[in-house]
Each structure stands twice: as C-alpha cells, then as structure tokens.
Design a protein around this ligand. Structure first.
Ligand code: CIZ
Length: 310
C-alpha cells in the first residue's frame, strides 16, 4: 500500500499514467502480446494491422506504442507529424533482424522481376524496398491481388510464406526467416496437448511450422484466433501463439477454457515494456522512434496498401 493514498502501488501508477496521457494528448496502443496490465490501460489493443490503422487515424499528438520496434516504426511512417514513443527502445524483433537490409537488397537484385511482399515484421528499410507490406491477417488477400504470372518474393517469415502460398495457390519464394517464439512449437508439443485436452480445438498462428499448422483446426492471425474462439460454441481451445493472447481470450470468453500448446511461447521482447517505463516515456517524451524521411516516403506506399486491405 502507498502511505499517502492507501492505494496499491500499481493503482497509483495507472492513475499517474492516465494523468500524463491526458497532459500530453497521447494515445496508448498495445499489442495483444503485451503483459495483461498494459493491455488493460491501452486505448486500443490488437494486432499490427489494427494498431497501424489506429496510428494512421488518431488525432492524438503523441503515440505510446507498447509493442516492438517495427510496430513503432510503422506508426511513425504512417503518422510522421506525431511523436511516437516506444517505452523500451531495446524491444526488437528477432524475425525482422533475420532479413538484414543489405542481404535483402542483394536478393532483390538477383530477382529483378519479382514482386516483393514484406511481412510487417521487418525493418523500415526493407519496407521501403517492398512493393507490398502485409500482416498475418491479410497476407493471403494481398498476395491474391498480384497478377498470377508474377514471381513473388515473400519475407522474412518462411512459415507465413508457406501458409500464404498454400492458401492463395500462388508460387512464392520464401525468405529463410522465422519467429523464434512460434517456430519453437513442435508437432510433438501439439500431439501432447491434444492428448491432454481431447475435446479442445487447436488454433495456431501461421508463423508456426507447417507440420504444426497441418494439425490445426484453425490457422490465423491473433485477431483471427480471438474471433474464432469468441464466435465458436466449442468450450475448450489449445492455443499456438504468444502467451499474451490469453489475456483477451480469457477476458472476452469467461466461460471457455484456453490451454497453451506450449508453455514456452513467450516473446521476451514483448515483455520488456512495463507500466513504469510507460510513465517515464510520457513524462520525458522519450525514447522516440523516428524513421528517416527518405526511407519513410519510400515505404509509405507499401504500408498504405497493407492498411487498406483487411
Ligand atoms: O500482426 C501482428 O500483430 C502479429 C505479430 C501477429 C498477429 O497475428 O497479430
């Protein structure tokens, strides 16, 4: 308890955050992989697509992005006139790091005719080299808009590339990257979870390995997984994505049961942001994420195509 207010420390922290949020005319955006207490104080919680749409539409002067670097960069590209804060600047994305800018440039030189589709989990420079950006919520739709005779280079996630190729029936050249959190889920983990919960449906993210996806009842983005579980009469689900998603799943579906496909599916980068860091960020207006103008103007077209579809 706080001696002055008699409130638990977390309650005082939240009050202070809300005070500074108003003072700064800020909006707080939280990804569903963030810790539950951060999702609870956010103005909007969701996936990259939804949060990018909010970032592009908001009238707020300051965007506090509770997520990882590429998400804050995306917000800055879409809303260059706003201050974009990432409360922990070290919150990176190992998947995005698997497609270094120079290697991507050289691959594009090797495939001059290819249409380049980049998953939003990529650097701002990679986005600026891309014809289209996509998220897991709209990768299939985006690829389907590309003329059938065109070669497609899809980066950086090879598992999402495989899923998108199968769904869209398009030939895709994958980049050999993967999300360590999703890729660690094995077929054996899933078989074990299914034995423990035989009545449960298996819902997995397309960043999971193809042999895991083959066993799933539903494969989709975080938004897709939440909608599927919320709209389905079945009461039990095994979930194959980052564990932060359990917060909205349980909150929206108090009468249903959710089991992790693996207890190890935690993205450490997503958990670097804390309530204390959000408060510090609002007070000091740092750390800021700014995308250099030359890269920003080159990446905006691909991003606008992404936020316009889905
Ligand atoms: O698009 C996103 O936000 C990610 C990283 C996953 C998902 O499916 O929402």
């Amino acid at each position: 308890m706080d001696n002055a207010t008699g409130n638990p420390p977390e309650k005082n922290l939240v009050k202070e955050i809300l005070f500074w949020k108003k003072k700064r005319e800020a909006i707080i955006l939280s990804h569903v992989y963030q810790p539950g207490e951060i999702q609870d104080i956010a103005d909007f919680t969701g996936d990259s697509l939804f949060l990018s749409q909010q970032a592009s539409q908001t009238k707020a002067k300051v965007i506090v992005f509770c997520g990882v670097q590429f998400m804050a960069e995306t917000a800055s590209i879409l809303s260059p006139e706003k201050i974009v804060l990432l409360p922990e600047i070290k919150a990176g994305c190992p998947l995005a790091d698997m497609a270094p800018d120079e290697k991507v440039k050289s691959k594009i030189r090797e495939l001059p005719e290819a249409i380049v589709v980049s998953y939003v989990n990529s650097s701002a420079t990679v986005k600026s080299l891309s014809d289209y950006c996509c998220t897991s919520a709209n990768a299939v739709q985006i690829v389907q808009t590309i003329p059938a005779e065109k070669e497609i280079l899809f980066l950086p996630d090879m598992n999402l590339a495989d899923f998108t190729a199968k769904k869209s029936k398009r030939k895709i050249i994958p980049w050999p990257g993967f999300c360590p959190t999703h890729h660690l889920l094995t077929k054996d983990d899933v078989i074990k979870a299914k034995k423990l919960h035989p009545q449960a449906l298996l819902l997995v993210h397309p960043e999971c390995r193809p042999e895991v996806c083959n066993l799933a009842d539903y494969i989709g983005s975080t938004r897709g997984i939440i909608e599927f579980a919320s709209n389905n009469p079945v009461k039990e689900y095994i979930i194959g994505t980052e564990l932060g998603i359990f917060h909205p799943l349980k909150k929206n579906n108090p009468n249903k049961q959710f089991f992790p496909a693996s207890e190890n599916m935690t993205c450490q980068n997503m958990k670097l942001i804390t309530l204390e860091k959000i408060l510090h960020s609002l007070k000091k207006l740092e750390p800021r994420v700014i995308v250099p103008e030359g890269i920003r103007t080159k990446s905006i077209k691909a991003l606008n195509l992404m936020i316009g579809i889905g």
